[in-house]
Ligand binder design. Structure first.
Ligand SMILES: [Zn+2]
Length: 105
């Protein structure tokens, strides 16, 4: 279960070389109905996984500008990776995929 208001979380245990990613239940996510962050479980998972290598450079949460910049960086990377993955899955229809996905990043 994720913390209240969170869509997903990642707990990193560097000394154990392990991490736990928790995603909100899709039904709970749907109840929030946030138009800015439509449900995309793949993007959420990639976002949380990107927190693992970036953790070594993560600013403290009491540095909101730097923390926010890190979150934006992770989100851009996650969206790009998911978009690229979709592009590669399209095979012959890559031109169509590119046309449809323009503006989603
Ligand atoms: Zn994040």
């Amino acid at each position: 279960m994720v913390s209240k208001g969170a869509n997903a979380e990642c707990a990193v245990y560097s000394n154990l070389k392990r991490a736990t990613v928790t995603l909100a239940d899709p039904s709970e996510y749907a109840k929030r109905n946030d138009p800015l962050w439509p449900l995309d479980m793949e993007r959420l998972l990639v976002h949380e996984l990107l927190h693992i290598p970036i953790r070594a450079f993560q600013p403290d949460e009491d540095e909101p500008e730097r923390y926010g910049a890190m979150e934006q960086f992770i989100e851009v990377c996650a969206s790009s990776l998911v978009s690229l993955s979709g592009y590669q899955r399209c095979g012959k229809n890559r031109e169509s995929f590119r046309d449809k996905s323009m503006g989603k990043l």
